[in-house]
Write a protein that binds this ligand. Structure first.
Ligand code: NIG
Ligand code: FE
Length: 406
């Protein structure tokens, strides 16, 4: 039982609106509340003076003078990798583009070799550090993609590493269709192999519930990519798409037509795609740190939100296009560069991201029946997503269990 909560943001209004057209009032601020947790879920939430009789023997924690809010949902990361791409970042600073680096065999393939060489144990140690850094910043649900193994053995290794993490709830995504590995002559043959040999194995062994693809010119696109995604969907795997990041390659249209959970990046979308996205159930996952690092334009967040799209924000943490795990930086870029309001940012990092992971009935807002994933902070909600490098400190609870010591 969390008692005497000075202020709680339940986000129940934003959840009711499914993350669309979120206003400040949708954060649902309540004063002097108590939160009763049973079996990892929220059993009751209400005025501190009115706690139910059945709760009187519960262990009590005071949140006097403190703010309580839902745990953050980080819905797009490439957290399992080895090696560094710092040398390539210097080239980007000198004016080279991400596509040029990739076409010269760098980019994703630079990370492939050290990641294949790393042992399971090495990757577990490295990845757990990344996971802990997310958790410290208030992340209670974390998505992790594979995509730097690009052969069956190593992709399985990466998904198992993600499954071995402790701390936040982990959602795993299979991103075999990230880039063409050197063993294959052409992209179509590799996609065929993924479709025929990988998907069923991943489904059968419950290594991931979701399949992602880098839908982009020079990577995967057009009919072969759609065929692959259909095969994944047929097996009951959810779809997510890296869409319209470097060029308008049709990824968001495909996301809509195949009923993907999310379309991610969306830098290049214009009016027609914006309207279609807004009228669909696809969550628009915006990743502004990648845009900062690659010196790309930011996605049209304002237009998407005003048209009624549901937006989520995430770090896109990876060693190339977004070597940062800083949630505050993401929110700050959204506020400063994408003209999102603070309530929109908070909703995007909770309710919006919960939809992107198909977990909206369980996480993202503090309501009876949902998981007790929440944060306690001495700061006010207006201090969130403001100072780079300074999310928190938070006391982080996931399913009612404390994940950290502040
Ligand atoms: O989201 N766009 C494709 N994938 C990543 C980049 C991964 C990498 O460069 O290693 C992204 O930006
Ligand atoms: Fe990504």
């Amino acid at each position: 039982m969390i008692r005497q909560i000075s202020e709680i943001l339940t986000l129940s209004g934003a959840a009711k609106k499914k993350g669309r057209h979120v206003q400040e009032a949708d954060l649902e601020f309540l004063k002097n509340q108590a939160l009763w947790i049973k079996n990892g879920k929220i059993q009751w939430l209400g005025p501190d003076r009115r706690i139910p009789k059945a709760a009187t023997n519960s262990k009590e924690i005071s949140a006097q003078g403190k703010t309580v809010l839902p745990g953050f949902v980080e819905c797009h990361t490439h957290s399992v990798f080895a090696g560094s791409r710092a040398h390539e970042f210097e080239k980007i600073c000198q004016g080279m583009s991400y596509s040029e680096i990739s076409s010269q065999g760098g980019g994703i393939l630079s990370t492939l070799h050290p990641t294949r060489q790393a042992s399971f144990a090495e990757l577990v140690t490295k990845t757990q550090k990344h996971v802990d850094l997310f958790s410290k910043q208030g992340v209670t649900t974390l998505e992790i993609k594979s995509g730097y193994g690009l052969n069956l053995k190593d992709e399985i290794k990466l998904l198992k590493v993600a499954g071995a993490m402790s701390g936040p709830r982990i959602v795993r995504t299979f991103l075999g269709a990230h880039a063409k590995p050197p063993e294959f002559e052409n992209l179509e043959d590799y996609l065929e192999e993924l479709e025929n040999k990988y998907l069923a194995y991943i489904k059968k062994n419950k290594l991931a519930d979701r399949v992602d693809i880098f839908f982009e010119k020079g990577f995967f696109n057009g009919a072969p990519a759609v065929k692959y995604l259909r095969a994944a969907r047929k097996l009951g795997l959810d779809l997510v798409i890296h869409a319209d990041q470097l060029s308008l390659s049709g990824g968001s249209e495909v996301a809509i037509s195949l009923g993907a959970l999310s379309a991610d990046h969306l830098i290049q979308v214009r009016e027609p795609e914006i309207n279609k996205l807004a009228n669909s159930e696809v969550t628009c996952v915006l990743l502004p740190a990648a845009d900062l690092y690659l010196r790309c334009p930011y996605p049209p967040a304002r237009k998407l939100i005003d048209a009624g799209a549901r937006v989520a924000l995430a770090t896109d943490f990876n060693p190339g296009s977004s070597p940062t795990q800083d949630l505050a930086l993401i929110g700050l870029l959204a506020r400063l560069e994408m003209k999102m309001s603070l309530p929109e940012v908070i909703s995007a990092y909770t309710v919006g991201a919960a939809h992107a992971l198909n977990l909206a009935t369980k996480v993202g807002s503090l309501e009876v029946g949902k998981y007790a994933d929440f944060l306690i902070t001495e700061k006010s909600w207006t201090d969130l997503f403001y100072s780079v490098g300074q999310m928190g400190p938070f006391e982080v609870y996931q399913q009612g269990q404390k994940l950290n010591d502040v």
